[in-house]
Design a protein around this ligand. Sequence first.
Ligand code: FPP
Ligand code: MG
Length: 295
Amino acid sequence: MDLAAFLTEERERVDGALNRLLAPADAWPARLHQAMRYAVFGGGKRVRPVLARAACRAAGGDAELILEAACALEMVHTYSLIHDDLPALDDDTLRRGRATVHVAFDEALAILAGDALLTEAFAVLGRFPEGDGFAARRADACRLVAEAIGSRGMVGGQVEDLEATGATPDGVRLERIHRAKTGALLGVAVELGALLEGVEGASRAEFAGFGRRLGLLFQIADDILDVTGSAASLGKSPGKDAAAGKLTYPAVYGLEAARRKRDELASSLADEAQRLERGLGVLGALVNYVARRDR
Ligand code: FPP
Ligand code: MG
């Protein structure tokens, strides 16, 4: 398949829907909505919504069913980046080649723009897909996403990431952090696509497991990019993890072993994708993209 063309088309669909779902930039309070839009339309790759839609297709569904719910994931992701960049957390001034929200606006507004995106995401999940027939699936989706990003998921992983900064290299701890901090939201993206299509039981658990392992792969690739990537392609300064003493795959295992782990996981996920999507090829192509991306 032509992955580049597919991704372009997918991103346009997602961006159009995000534009409709978010309050206009001049709506009260305008500065808040400007900050939210500045962050959401800042050049993100839209990996999580694209994955959710791909999983929905793999489960035999029409990806349009999940367009808005997929956008809710991007809203959650954007909130997490805004807060991650704050002075109290990673204290980053550059993201996707532009000033971070607390620099472009101010710290209070960055906190509140993140809060609002997180909250609005659940308004979207509570509303879409529309119709009484989807009420139970919407309720499941809200709970699933909330659990993935709450204190035992993404936020928990973020807390341990902060606590582990400067700690002795420890592979078990590292994997726990990555699975929670990054893996939980990517995992739930895949599971959401299946859930909203009506996939249940063991089959849904397979989608969920695949998604969580893909999330781990994503973060291993991210760790490697922090060592090998260029400022131009990353849109932020590389080398920040090492400078901050973060627990990463290259820090714990060395760069070569980290690359081997990435490639082994990618190849096992590619096999799993084939089983899940029965020849469709979209999830498989996305596995490759996640492992090989340069930003
Ligand atoms: C880059 O995503 C983001 C990650 C690798 C996730 C890191 C995890 C956090 C920042 C968790 C933060 C949590 C809280 C609660 C503050 P990407 O490469 O998809 O970014 P893009 O949208 O710019 O493409
Ligand atoms: Mg961080």
